[in-house]
Design a protein around this ligand. Structure first.
Ligand code: ADP
Ligand code: MG
Length: 249
């Protein structure tokens, strides 16, 4: 497929089990725990691909593998774009509490520059405007911002690096419902404006239905169902998908 931004082929990954300080080495209990099981999918240019599954099913682990964040894995992860960016669930812990918004965005610019991107300081007020924050936020600290504003800053820090693919790991789950809607609208607008592709993780199936083109359903590290979001949600084939859908009120 020529128009994909990311291909993940037969990826399996493992976490090392913590070693006990018992002094005995039976070997049992030190075996690696398998988290991802033969995961295969691709993301097309301009597509929003949803990823759903219960807590602990391996969604964040998959992002870590895609970003190369110290995950051991088997299989192939092929990037057809530059380094993807990621937006995390918790905008509180992803910002440095002693640094201003301006510092965070300039730091993101420098990170982009190290990967060969243009580090133009005028992008800082520009990107702030794009995410709905005025220039006066440049000198603010995270504690002076609401949860939604913090998430806007995290989104700005990702977007200022001009990525083509953004991994959004439950980006609105920690926010109030009204704020969730605002941030979702922002993400949809930025995607159109910058022609981005998204991997969008959420346990909220309504949100997935609203903004995704296709969806992957993950159960215990395995993709058990995938397809067009309407088709999967209206005619789920796998019992696990049916169970997730039945839990939606
Ligand atoms: N750093 C880690 N070390 C060991 N096990 C981990 C680590 N991070 C996650 N896990 C385990 O891997 C599984 C998948 O976790 P995760 O990818 O965070 O799931 P999800 O994002 O779908 O909630 C869980 O059983 C979790 O306990
Ligand atoms: Mg997670």
């Amino acid at each position: 497929m020529t128009d994909s931004v990311l291909e993940v082929r037969h990826v399996s990954s493992y976490y090392k089990k913590a070693r006990r300080f018992s002094g005995t080495h039976s070997g049992f209990g030190e075996r690696d725990m398998q988290v991802l099981r033969d995961v295969t999918f691709s993301i097309q240019k301009g597509e929003t691909l949803g990823l759903v599954g219960e807590s602990g099913s391996g969604k964040t682990t998959l992002c870590r593998a895609v970003l190369g964040l110290g995950m051991d894995y088997e299989g192939e992860i092929i990037h057809h774009t530059d380094h993807p960016q990621m937006v995390f669930q918790d905008p509180y812990s992803s910002l440095n509490p002693v640094r201003t918004v301006g510092w965070t965005l300039r730091e993101a610019l420098r990170a982009g520059e190290r990967r060969g991107k243009r580090a133009d300081r005028t992008l800082v007020p520009e990107i702030l405007e794009q995410v709905g924050l005025s220039e006066e936020y440049i000198d603010r600290y995270p504690y002076e911002l609401s949860g939604g504003q913090r998430q806007r800053v995290c989104i700005a820090a990702a977007m200022i690096q001009q990525p083509q693919l953004v991994l959004l790991d439950e980006p609105v789950s920690a926010l109030d419902v009204t704020v969730q809607a605002q941030i979702l609208r922002l993400l949809v607008r930025l995607k159109e404006e910058f022609r981005l592709s998204y991997l969008f993780i959420s346990h909220d199936l309504n949100v997935i239905y609203q903004i995704c083109d296709r969806v992957l359903v993950m159960k215990q590290g395995e993709i058990v169902e995938s397809g067009d979001v309407r088709q999967v949600f209206e005619e789920p084939q796998h019992d696990y998908t049916k169970m997730l859908l039945a839990a939606v009120d």
